[in-house]
Design a protein around this ligand. Sequence first.
Ligand code: GLN
Length: 287
Amino acid sequence: MTVKEVREKIQKRLQKAEIEDFEYEVWMLLEWKLGIGRAEYFMDPDREIPDKAWMSLNEVLRERERRVPLQYLMGSCEFMGYTFEVDERVLIPRQDTECLVELAVKKIRQTLREQASCQVLDICTGSGCIGISVKLLCPEAEVTLSDVSEGALDVAKKNAWNLGASVRTIESDLFENIQGSYDYILSNPPYIPSRVIEGLMPEVREFEPRIALDGTEDGLYFYRAIAEDAVGYLRPGGWLIFEIGQEQGEDLLSILREQGFENTEIKKDLAGLDRIAVGRWPENVEP
Ligand code: GLN
C-alpha cells in the first residue's frame, strides 16, 4: 500500500467510528506509527509502506475504533509544552487546565519576589500535570502532589522523574495525610455531576477513570470538601485556585465566600468560558 492509500483508509475508518477530530488524528497516527509527518507525506504520497508497518498501524486503529483515547494508545500527551506519560489510571491532561497553570505560575512568581520560599500543593494531582508544570516553571517553589489513587500517584512520580521535576508526593484522601501549610493550593478535582457522565463521549465515559471525573450528584462535592479543609492548610494570605466547569462559577463563588475566602474571582478560559475559581485566605484571620 502507498502512504496515500493508508492515509485514506485511516481517515475513512476513524470517520466511520465517529471520531470527532479524525483529521488531526490521521496525521498523529501517520507520524507515530510510520514516522511520516505532513511535509514528508506531501513530498512523496506514493511511497510504498512495508506490510509490517501497516499491521502495527492496523492494531492501534482497531483499538481507536473501540474509542480507546489516542493518548492512552500512544501512552503520552502534551501539556504546557511538556510530554506527560498517561495511562488508564489517570485523567488525560486537558488544554483547558493550562489556564490554571498559567495563572498559578504568574501568582507564584510574584510571591517568590516577595518571600524566600513558596509552598504549593496540587491536590487530586492525577498525572501530576499541574504541580509538575508549576515546579518546572517556578523551580524555587516547593511543590507537593497528592492523590487518593496509588496508581495515579505512580504515574505522577514517573512524570516528575522523566521531566526532572523535584516534587514531593503524598498518597492521601483529600487532606487526610497532608501536613504543613501552603501558600497555594491548586486543584482540578473531579467535577462532573454523576448523571452527566453517561452522556459524555465514549473515550471519557468508558476509558477515563470514573474516580477522576465524578463530582457526585451536583458535581460540587470536592470543591466543598477542599474549600472547607483548605482553611487549615493555607497560610494567612494564601490562595486556593480551582479549575471549574463552565457552569459552576456562581456556585464556586458562594462556596468560597461561605468558607471566608476573600478576593474571590472567576476567570475565563481562551474560549470565554468560566474556567477558574480563585480565593484568598485572609491575611488577618480573626481568632
Ligand atoms: N490534576 C489532574 C489534571 O488536571 C487530574 C485531575 C483529575 O483527576 N480530576 O489533569
